[in-house]
Design a protein around this ligand. Structure first.
Ligand SMILES: [Zn+2]
Length: 418
């Protein structure tokens, strides 16, 4: 039992008096409940509940406990002032590289947070069957960020970087991948494969076929995330192989064998989208081209999820694929704030489909929160070919809260990040 101080009693009493006349209580039947943390006065954008407005967010026990126009100051053990800022669900990045030491291009996820405002990172094939246990112990076990993963169909994952992980088809071991997927249902969303000539050599789409076989053999209904970018052979044949619920990442790449050929989107891609293949941006170091994106989007190849594909090499480029900066590029392309926030919160959370209310700020959701600033422009935003577009504003990470515990101040006491 917690010791109740005189101050708590007074504060609780005041809150109760305050709540007697107020309508719309918070957190069920306990109007005197105090909050571990209140994020005050920000403009909340939560596309999952079509919410946009000034709200206080009350957090207790690592969950969103109240979303109210105003929460009395005395009910908050700690507060963050978010006036003039946007408050959104913690960003969810469906395609990242966050396995340092095990993949050569990974970045420690917690280290990205000040720039990314991202609370959930999906490791996109950093680890294969032979290196996955290291990811689980050394990254998942040591990070405050929420993590999921696609297991690479290559047993070595991206450990061989920069040598292609599927030049030797024997690395694409279906049984090993199936076993790793099956053994880690809470963490693993399916299999990853990179279909680029430089990585698969003469093996065509055999690695993709094996990735599909691996998720089927795992018995988990997992998804396959397939990277394209100068893909081998006929791109339409590759795309036709994807099943509903599988993910195509890098649809706006200009690296060769593109989704837009002679000014037209390949019909196979529009068909894939129609049957439920998820279109994921995957910006990365070389996979986001404004001209391709604009043509593709105009013709109906609209993204479902916006992801950064952040990794060491990408993070050092002038196109700076940190998620809020990537979202800003889509603002510049004419998408609304609500659309881009949805594509980096509720939409990828639904693809992950592991945690109730992830990607939302609904009462009962995990208290994963991003505080962002919409900085007025004009601003120049580069694609991965260093072509500029000018935007009217850009999104900047201000502060991030994961499971009710802020990264940085105010430090929670006791400090017990979940
Ligand atoms: Zn990637």
């Amino acid at each position: 039992m917690a010791k109740i101080s005189r101050r708590d009693v007074l504060a609780g009493g005041a809150a109760m008096l305050g709540s007697l006349g107020a309508s719309g209580g918070t957190f069920g039947q306990q109007p005197t409940e105090n909050f571990d943390l209140v994020i005050r006065g920000g403009e909340v954008i939560d596309p999952s509940q079509n919410l946009r407005g000034i709200r206080d967010i009350g957090i207790k026990f690592g969950q969103v406990a109240a979303v109210e126009p105003s929460i009395p100051a005395e009910r908050a053990k700690q507060s963050i002032d978010a006036k003039g800022k946007l408050v959104t669900p913690g960003l969810v990045d469906l395609h990242t590289h966050v396995y340092p030491y095990g993949s050569a291009i990974g970045i420690p996820p917690d280290e990205l947070v000040p720039f990314s405002a991202t609370t959930t990172y999906v490791s996109a094939g950093d680890a294969g069957a032979n290196t996955f246990a290291g990811f689980k112990r050394d990254v998942v076990g040591h990070s405050r960020s929420r993590l999921f993963a696609f297991v690479h169909i290559s047993t070595i994952g991206l450990a061989g970087f920069p040598v292609g992980e599927l030049l030797n088809i024997d690395y694409a071991n279906v049984d090993a991948a199936a076993r790793t997927i099956a053994e880690n249902p809470d963490l693993v969303l399916g299999a990853k494969v990179r279909e680029t000539l430089a990585f698969v050599g003469n093996n065509g789409i055999e690695p993709l076929k094996r990735a599909i076989l691996a998720v089927e053999r795992s018995g988990t209904k997992g998804r396959v995330m397939c990277h394209i970018g100068n893909a081998p052979g006929d791109l339409s044949v590759l795309v036709d192989t994807l099943r509903p619920g599988d993910i195509l990442t890098h649809p706006y790449s200009a690296l060769g064998n593109n989704t837009v050929q002679n000014g037209k989107v390949l019909p196979a891609l529009l068909e894939a989208k129609k049957r439920g293949v998820i279109i994921d941006v995957g910006h990365g170091a070389g996979s986001f081209d404004y001209d391709i994106a604009e043509e593709a989007i105009q013709q109906g190849l609209v993204f479902d999820t916006i992801s950064s594909d952040v990794h060491v090499a990408a993070a050092n480029t002038p196109s700076r694929p940190y998620l809020p900066w990537v979202l800003s590029k889509f603002l510049a392309l004419g998408f609304s704030l609500d659309q881009v926030i949805a594509a980096a919160t509720i939409k990828p959370a639904n693809v992950i489909n592991r945690v109730p209310k992830l990607g939302t700020l609904q009462v009962g959701a995990p208290a994963d929160v991003a505080i962002l600033e919409l900085v007025d422009g004009p601003v120049e935003l580069l694609d991965t070919s260093n072509k500029p577009r000018s935007g009217k504003a850009y999104l900047k990470a201000v502060q991030t809260v994961r499971g009710g515990v802020p990264f940085g101040r105010p430090y929670s006491l006791p400090f017990s990040a979940n």
